[in-house]
Design a protein around this ligand. Structure first.
Ligand SMILES: Nc1ncnc2c1ncn2[C@@H]1O[C@H](COP(=O)(O)OP(=O)(O)O)[C@@H](O)[C@H]1O
Ligand SMILES: [Mg+2]
Length: 275
């Protein structure tokens, strides 16, 4: 079966910080209408990879492809303009600013022209109210400071904002790590909704209970290298956990995956809780 062209892909990407090889020959792809989970221990290189995807810095070597074309981002705004939106855990919001102002920050709609151009508050807040209602966040007043929202709601506002401004790829770096169970569930539900809208989603998380139910593809980074890639249902929860923690069973699985010569063997297990 031929795979569809990835929306965004890294080929053999290497990135060093001084003597530290944060990434070594990493290949990774993001597909439309799929959630790809990027897993791995602290320091594995996850944030470095997504910073390359979001134009923060270029790779030292290797290439990036967007819609099948080679691409070099000139900076974060360039990546954003090309439809790659990244939502970081510590959201870049202004806490005392109203929810709707945060939504429009840097992209304010204007009314009138020339010296009469000004931010159209009523249109801006109506749009935000509508967009949030679409994802199930009903606010009595979008003029409330964003600091009055829960962590999960703030993440959802950031995701809704990215989708509204035309993101094709949505990258989420640990969006659920600071959230309680209910809050995380809200964010995960909205990640699934973004996939339903045909966005390509990259989800970085430490929590396999969050990754496994929503992920379609999984890549594990270990010391800056891809240690395993597999598809939904290929492995059991325990096998994925073992791979991430670098356990002995994980090594065996990794060798089997490598020997099959295929990134995504359909080695579906009978005992497959949660996938
Ligand atoms: N800006 C930087 N300067 C120097 N070293 C860095 C920088 N960013 C990341 N690193 C190093 O690169 C490696 C990968 O880090 P990172 O991508 O943040 O991992 P992860 O997100 O998986 O925890 C680590 O050893 C980290 O210390
Ligand atoms: Mg990180």
């Amino acid at each position: 079966m031929t795979q569809p062209e990835p929306l965004l892909a890294a080929h053999q990407v290497t990135k060093r910080f001084g003597t530290v090889a944060a990434l070594q020959n990493v290949s990774f792809s993001v597909h439309r209408g799929e959630v790809t989970c990027l897993l791995g221990d602290n320091g594995a290189g996850k944030s470095t990879l997504i910073q390359i995807f979001s134009g923060v810095f270029p790779p030292d070597s290797g290439t990036l492809k967007l819609d099948g074309q080679d691409v070099r981002f000139r900076g974060p705004m360039d990546a954003l303009d090309r439809g790659i939106a990244t939502v970081y855990q510590d959201l870049a919001v202004v806490p005392i600013m109203p929810v709707y102002r945060n939504f429009w920050l840097g992209r304010e709609p204007n009314r009138g022209w020339g010296p009469f151009r000004r931010f159209d508050k009523s249109r801006a807040s109506r749009t935000v109210q509508h967009e949030l209602a679409q994802i199930g966040i009903e606010l009595d007043d979008v003029r409330r400071p964003i600091s009055t929202l829960s962590g999960g709601q703030r993440q959802c506002v950031a995701i809704a904002r990215a989708a509204y401004f035309g993101a094709k790829v949505l990258i989420l770096d640990e969006p659920t790590s600071a959230l309680g169970i209910k809050e995380a569930a809200i964010v995960l539900r909205y990640i699934q909704e973004a996939r339903g809208r045909n966005l390509g989603v990259v989800l970085i998380t430490h929590n396999l209970h969050h990754a496994i139910p929503v992920g379609d593809r999984f890549t594990i980074l270990e010391h800056g290298m891809v240690s395993a890639s597999f598809g939904k249902g290929d492995l059991t929860f325990e096998q994925v956990a073992d791979l991430v923690s670098g356990g002995t069973e994980g090594r065996t699985i990794r060798e089997a995956l490598a020997a099959s010569g295929n990134d995504s063997p359909r080695a579906r297990s009978d005992n497959n809780p949660g996938m």
